[in-house]
Ligand binder design. Structure first.
Ligand SMILES: *[C@@H]1O[C@H](CO)[C@@H](O)[C@H](O)[C@H]1NC(C)=O
Ligand SMILES: *[C@@H]1O[C@H](CO)[C@@H](O)[C@H](O)[C@H]1NC(C)=O
Ligand SMILES: *[C@@H]1O[C@H](CO)[C@@H](O)[C@H](O)[C@H]1NC(C)=O
Length: 626
């Protein structure tokens, strides 16, 4: 048993008998007269069913490509004329994926699709194809509803269309979700595994996207949400096998398939069961403290902060997430999780396995993800708008909360403990943002300065302007009107003490006593005096101190004579070059002459003061005396 897929066969769903319920909507023929009546149709498990609503349309049956397995040659050829009823494309079952037929029909302009079954049987659910790469690309883009109708009824519709009459129908989803009272109960069967391909990606994207709406509904008392997790069990004979040991906890009672389907590498099935159990316990503990909506924050934050890819899918990372969320008692959660090595039933997981079996109108849960509203399985794509429609269809008319009518509502998720996001209390800068997706932790753009980091533990001002924010977290001090700062707006974002100081640049920078440390002003004629951030050096007698060379020279030094001659030669040459060249000369003179010449020249002729002031760039500013 070494082939990866084979050992998945060891795991069994804890179900007595599989029972899958086909979710239906109703289809009413309104014309021709002779065909009037109500029929059932089965809601397709992709696209966007109009839960709570209805849709009228004219039935069209294509002459060619009646199975819609090929693209229709003219895009939009089934688009209805302005003012006319939208077109419902009637399509034959068979030869290609249901999803492909609906995709082709959508591209040809159809507003809905009715697939005619090709055998006489009870209605079936048109499901998503599994692991089809081509289909994965378009499935999320299907936005029209689809329904399967039985063969006999389908043939009647085709006849009616072929005979040239107008065939009008009304697709109705108003009774697809029962709405017995003013609160909607819904469940999501989910999984914490983030490495199972497109299906997991769609699920996680949905949870992140839906969080805001879910939290509003829950906080307003409009809904009661319960998350669920499917587990498998290991048949008794295999409990001691390597496969079951790596995929199960509680002696084979609760298992999950290995994420990589290879139990020699990466995470094991039991890591997934353990994290799933933690999410269940997070929900239990949050629910007990009357804040069940915290589960949404935990599930999204765990996915963002503790992905398998970064090898952070573990207890340690989970605990940091738990600690960041207000109202989650980590001890209670650990208690709820218990010991994975116990040879006994786990109260929470046992209950989950029992719940997997369908009850009443709800079928068994066998596929992930499964969304259940008022005990009916949701069909259609797992996407915020579509799912919200289904939930909202679960309210009695006129009792819908505002979230059902508009999706632009903020959730106020930052009010409580800053939503568990990073925050700088001193400067009142936060990474918490209220959006209609619920609160997100994202490093902010503040006063034009970009912050970067994970948004939870750390955000740092990066790049230009960063020294404007709390001096970039670096040391800064002012004495006698002089300010020095260790903040630099360079790429590496580091704090460095300015020249004349030493230290780490963060906690502090200390003045260097250049005189004591003998780093400057060491010539025999020099006398040294330390200042804050620098030093003053004077020479005895008539001598002039040259800082760059740390030496004293005579004001009438011979060294300058030769250079003087050269300078005058240049001056004469340039003077004849005209007025335009004078500017160039001043510039070049300034850059060519080294500072000792300038120091001497300053004694004899007034240098242009403006040229003497160094033009500070922004980065330099913090090094110089302000
Ligand atoms: C699906 O939609 C997305 C964005 O709306 C688009 O980028 C992508 O190309 C579409 N895929 C197909 C197969 O049309
Ligand atoms: C959550 O709490 C409510 C009451 O506050 C309770 O009715 C419900 O059963 C709880 N759910 C779970 C899964 O414990
Ligand atoms: C921080 O900002 C919030 C809202 O913008 C305000 O209510 C609060 O008083 C501010 N706190 C400080 C310390 O500035």
């Amino acid at each position: 048993m070494t082939r990866p897929l084979a050992f998945l066969g060891f795991l069994f769903l804890g179900l007595a008998s599989g029972r899958f319920v086909v979710e239906k909507n109703s289809l009413m023929v309104t014309s021709p007269e002779g065909m009037r009546g109500r029929h059932d149709s089965a809601i397709g498990n992709f696209g966007v069913p109009q839960y709570g609503g209805s849709m009228a349309g004219a039935v069209v049956y294509p002459d060619k490509n009646s199975g819609a397995c090929e693209e229709f040659p003219e895009p939009g050829s089934f688009k209805s004329k302005p003012g006319a009823l939208p077109n419902f494309l009637l399509i034959d079952r068979g030869e290609c994926l249901f999803a492909k037929k609906v995709w082709n029909a959508q591209n040809a302009g159809a507003s809905a699709v009715l697939v005619v079954d090709d055998t006489n049987e009870a209605l079936i659910t048109m499901d998503l194809p599994k692991e089809d790469e081509e289909a994965a690309k378009y499935i999320q883009n299907i936005t029209i509803p689809s329904a399967l109708i039985d063969k006999k009824f389908g043939e009647q519709l085709k006849e009616a269309v072929k005979s040239g009459g107008m065939v009008n129908v009304n697709l109705d989803w108003r009774e697809a979700v029962p709405h017995p009272d003013e609160r909607v109960e819904y469940e999501l069967w989910t999984n914490s595994n983030d490495e199972c391909g497109p299906k997991c990606d769609i699920l996680m994207e949905f949870i992140k996207d839906f969080k805001g709406a879910a939290q509003i509904l829950e906080k307003g008392g409009y809904s009661q949400f319960t998350p669920h997790y499917i587990t498998w069990f290991c048949p008794h004979a295999f409990i001691l096998s390597k496969q079951c040991k790596s995929q199960c906890i509680n002696h084979g009672r609760y298992c999950a398939p290995d994420p990589e389907q290879d139990f020699s590498i990466g995470y094991e099935g039991k890591d997934v069961v353990t994290e799933n159990l933690r999410e269940l316990c997070v929900f239990r503990v949050a629910n007990e403290s009357k804040r069940p909506w915290v589960w949404w924050d935990y599930a999204t934050d765990f996915h963002i902060r503790c992905p398998m890819k970064e090898k952070k899918y573990n207890k340690e990372c989970a605990d940091t997430v738990i600690k960041s969320l207000a109202g989650l008692d980590i001890k209670k959660i650990d208690q709820c999780m218990g010991d994975p090595n116990d040879d006994s039933d786990h109260p929470v997981l046992k209950q989950e396995q029992d719940t997997q079996v369908g009850k009443g109108s709800r079928g068994d849960v066998t596929i992930l993800p499964t969304f259940i509203v008022n005990n009916r399985q949701y069909r259609g794509k797992l996407e915020k708008k579509a799912v919200l429609k289904a939930i909202c269809a679960g309210f009695e008319e006129t009792t819908e909360p505002a979230a059902c009518l508009s999706d632009d509502i903020e959730t106020n998720g930052c009010l409580n403990d800053n939503g568990g996001c990073w925050q700088d209390k001193a400067s009142n800068i936060t990474a918490c943002k209220d959006t209609f997706r619920g609160r997100v932790c994202e490093c902010p753009l503040f006063n034009g300065v970009q912050f970067k980091g994970d948004g939870y533990n750390k955000c740092e001002a990066i790049g230009p302007g960063r020294c404007r924010i709390e001096n970039g977290g670096c040391w800064q001090d002012t004495q006698n009107g002089h300010t020095f700062s260790a903040c630099q707006e360079t790429e590496d974002n580091k704090c460095r003490c300015p020249p004349g100081f030493k230290g780490d640049g963060i906690k502090g920078c200390e003045d260097i006593d250049e005189c004591k440390e003998k780093t400057a002003c060491q010539c025999p004629d020099c006398s040294c005096k330390d200042t804050w951030g620098g030093y003053e050096c004077t020479c005895s007698g008539d001598l002039l101190y040259i800082k760059e060379h740390d030496t004293c020279i005579s004001k009438s030094a011979k060294v300058a004579n030769a250079t003087w001659t050269a300078v005058w030669a240049i001056l004469i040459a340039l003077a004849s070059a005209g007025v335009g060249a004078y500017t160039v000369y001043k510039y070049r003179l300034r850059s060519y002459m080294d500072s000792e010449i300038r120091a001497i020249m300053a004694q004899y002729m007034p240098l242009d003061r403006q040229n003497e002031v160094p033009s500070h760039t922004h980065e330099e500013e913090n090094f110089s005396r302000a």
